[in-house]
Design a protein around this ligand. Structure first.
Ligand code: ADP
Length: 167
């Protein structure tokens, strides 16, 4: 049995992430998608909101669970006995950082290996940051995220502009 974990910010989850989730869920016995609570970033959605969004979009994939964690990915991987860390690769620009992280994690948690899934070409350009920027300026994000997620993003920006908190 091989248990994989797909860690990331997922702020918010996009069709690019979902594509990686579906493909990884077919490769491994179980897949845990886990939201990293990263104090260094100031996210649009709280960890709890991101977990709920992921649970919503993954509800029909039976071997996928959603979780969250703080601190070192390697420690989280060891504590939970995962065999594989999944990451997505979009372009060469992702490569250097991802390679460095995979090698660091392998030093810290040698029993787990990182497996990269290359993005499907139709999502190669897609990132959570792009989605937030397009939504912020009133563009159509329906091709980037599932409908429920689109609604939550638009609600969040409405709330933020009402509260005068845009940044
Ligand atoms: P992080 O802050 O950990 O990079 P992200 O949510 O931005 O969190 O990304 C999580 C993982 O998903 C990363 O490995 C990233 O390269 C991958 N990813 C993000 N967008 C896509 C996409 N459109 N296609 C494939 N992989 C993607």
């Amino acid at each position: 049995m091989a248990h994989a974990v797909y860690p990331g910010s997922f702020d918010p989850v996009t069709y690019g992430h979902l594509d990686v989730i579906k493909r990884a869920s077919e490769l491994f016995d179980s897949l845990t998608v886990s939201v990293l609570n990263n104090g260094a970033k100031s996210p649009l959605f709280s960890v709890g909101e991101r977990v709920n969004m992921l649970r919503d979009v993954c509800r029909d994939i039976p071997n996928v669970k959603v979780d969250s964690f703080s601190g070192l990915t390697a420690r989280y991987v060891q504590d939970n006995g995962f065999d594989v860390i999944i990451r997505g690769l979009r372009a060469v620009t992702d490569f250097e950082y991802e390679l460095q992280m995979a090698q660091t994690n392998r030093k810290l948690a040698p029993e787990a290996d990182t497996v990269f899934l290359t993005t499907s070409l139709e999502y190669a350009y897609l990132s959570s940051t792009t989605v937030k920027e397009v939504a912020y300026f009133g563009g159509d994000i329906s091709k980037f995220v599932p409908h429920d997620i689109e609604r939550l993003i638009l609600e969040k920006f409405e709330l933020r502009s009402r509260d005068g908190q845009q940044d």
